[in-house]
Ligand binder design. Structure first.
Ligand code: SF4
Length: 204
């Protein structure tokens, strides 16, 4: 591990995964600062808050786990690399350190940059920019009425989720509504619904 390398971090916290396949699962989140895209609906704070070495990140993540974690030898705590865009910073050195600490590492990416192969689970959430990833574990598309079948055809995944952009409105006037997303899924049942349950629950 290179202890001199600094990673730009926005936040490290412990909560429940709110979206997609691992919804409801306790997880440590490492939110990287910075993103290569500027989506108009983005409500994520990915500003730079601190710079940490891999060792410091591991120490921080382990300190957040409950004491009961070590009582099960087979349990691997879930860790979510997110952002911003984690592919801009996550590297083999950091992943090796987190694996040695026992974590099962997932990453949430916009798919525009390659990710290290050592990541255990990739969730790709395409935005307006071309996706270079061809195979992921989970494809999770924020549905705004766009053509999502091109993603389905060109990105191989085990799970395909559509997620409404805005849970606050169910008006038929707004193409980003929950009702429109439900309607689309009922007509195209190879998709499943993902909700941002952390927003419904008012947790981080
Ligand atoms: S890719 Fe994600 S983090 Fe980056 S601007 Fe878009 S919504 Fe925000």
């Amino acid at each position: 591990m290179s202890e001199t390398k600094q990673y730009h971090i926005n936040d490290i916290f412990y909560s429940l995964q709110g979206e997609g396949f691992y919804t409801g699962t306790p997880a440590v989140f490492v939110r990287f600062a910075g993103c290569n895209l500027r989506c108009d609906f983005c409500d994520t704070d990915f500003s730079l808050k601190e710079t940490l070495t891999a060792g410091q990140i591991v120490s921080r993540t382990l300190s957040l786990l409950p004491d009961t974690t070590s009582s099960s030898a087979s349990y691997r705590p879930l860790l979510v690399l997110t952002g911003g865009e984690p592919a801009l910073q996550a590297d083999d050195s950091l992943l090796d350190s987190l694996h040695k600490a026992g974590f099962y590492i997932t990453a949430e990416t916009n798919g525009t940059h390659p990710l290290p192969e050592a990541i255990d689970w990739i969730t790709c959430s395409p935005k307006y920019a071309p996706v270079i990833l061809k195979r992921v574990n989970e494809l999770k598309v924020v549905y705004r009425g766009q053509d999502v079948e091109s993603y389905y055809q060109h990105i191989e995944a085990r799970h395909y989720f559509l997620q409404p952009c805005d849970l606050s409105s169910v008006s038929n006037d707004n193409p980003t509504t929950l009702r429109d997303t439900l309607g689309y899924i009922l007509l195209h049942p190879h998709w499943r619904l993902s909700l941002q349950t952390h927003k419904l629950l008012h947790i981080p």
